[in-house]
Design a protein around this ligand. Structure first.
Ligand SMILES: [Zn+2]
Length: 385
């Protein structure tokens, strides 16, 4: 499958993976068709049947072309290594963009670790959340920076689309959730004409969002990564407000704080996260970080280009209705689908160093791809402990 893949090629590749590994990989249609009538499928990989439930998603944002492709190539490598009882090998890569070539050595994940991942996990992968958006960005270079889905305009309006990473049912009505300063600071909008972050007409109104939410609930997901690009960040909860570990009553679930949350560092409100849960996110995030740096080899220039920040989502900017915060929020429900949820947004790549930002050119794509594979395999190994 050549990068960047079309929507059709992504579905074909999912079909091929399931057909070539029938005892390990099953393909299922997600329940909700998109506004333009497309179906997307997810695959489930499980060597022993069952196991710790994990979900990986990509392609929520239309213009972010690398994550769906890199998710599929990781599955291809993982399944082939498992079937062959062999190491998973990430080939060497020479980055020719800088003034002098930078070589990234081959990296390998041992056959025993591959076996542990496939046998101990029930790994669900929805590689392309937003196929309508991706098809639109690939139809014309004029559309290439489109981010949202393709929800049709309301009568009397010409503005299309909802941000699928602001529409989840968590702090969705940000004006009710925050104080006035928080309303201004948050990366969200109620204007359908907002090009980036329109939250939609109601919480979880979008079929793409309901597909992700139903997987999180129905599969009782305990480990989740939503892959985006770009900014070399490994973001853990929360993105809504700054983390605090002392006061469980300062919670998104507590309406007494509505209209009074500040949405920033410091201030009267901080979103509660139990210390062990925060520490687990830091520890696993650091393992993902270290895997990327180790994979860069000994050249300090390669190492410098492989530094991913491990930090709460708020460090980027305050966000509401995101998939990764929503996934984490489920464990705080009275009857949670999973007792503990570890959840990240992984932002792969950069707009510096010739990496191409949202749309890496094919010559640099293997660097972005290998960083994602190294990070996610470290994540899967943590889930398979
Ligand atoms: Zn994104």
């Amino acid at each position: 499958m050549a990068y960047p893949a079309t929507v059709r090629a992504i579905e074909a590749e999912l079909g091929r993976l399931a057909a070539e590994h029938p005892s390990l990989c099953t393909r299922t249609l997600a329940p909700n068709r998109t506004h333009e009538g497309r179906s997307v499928s997810f695959v489930t990989i499980s060597g022993a049947g069952g196991g710790t439930p994990v979900l990986l998603t990509g392609g929520a944002h239309a213009r972010e072309w690398a994550p769906p492709d890199a998710l599929l190539s990781m599955l291809d490598r993982l399944l082939r290594a498992y079937e062959d009882d062999a190491d998973l090998v990430i080939p060497a890569f020479i980055d020719t963009a800088p003034a002098r070539d930078i070589e990234y050595p081959a990296a390998s994940i041992g056959a025993a670790e591959v076996k542990r991942i496939v046998d101990r996990l029930e790994l669900h992968v929805l590689a392309l959340i937003n196929p309508d958006g991706r098809a639109f960005t690939q139809a014309s270079s004029a559309n290439a920076m489109w981010r949202k889905n393709r929800r049709p305009p309301r009568p009397g309006s010409s503005c299309l689309g909802v941000d699928p990473n602001r529409n989840h049912d968590l702090a969705w009505d940000f004006e009710r959730f925050y104080d006035d300063a928080g309303d201004v600071a948050v990366s969200a909008s109620k204007d359908p004409c907002d090009f980036q972050v329109y939250i939609g007409p109601s919480a979880a109104s979008e079929p793409e969002v309901r597909n992700v939410a139903s997987l999180l609930r129905d599969k009782r997901i305990e480990f989740y990564v939503d892959v985006h690009s770009f900014s070399r960040k490994i973001l853990f909860p929360w993105g809504m407000d700054d983390n605090q570990t002392r006061d469980a009553s300062q919670s998104f679930r507590n309406p007494e704080w509505d209209g009074r949350r500040d949405g920033g560092f410091g201030g009267p409100y901080g979103e509660f996260i139990p210390a062990p849960l925060r520490d687990a996110h830091v520890r696993i995030g650091q393992a993902m970080h270290d895997a990327i740096v180790d994979g860069a080899g000994s050249d300090p220039r390669a190492q410098a280009r492989s530094q991913y920040d491990v930090e709460p989502g708020l460090a980027l900017y305050p966000t509401t209705g995101t998939a990764s915060d929503f996934a984490a929020s489920l464990q705080f429900e009275p009857d949670p689908p999973a007792e503990r949820v570890i959840s990240y947004t992984l932002e792969i790549g950069s707009d510096a160093d010739g990496e191409g930002g949202f749309q890496p050119v094919p010559a640099i794509y293997p660097k972005i791809e290998r960083e994602m594979h190294l990070a996610l395999i470290a994540f899967l190994l943590a889930a398979a402990r």
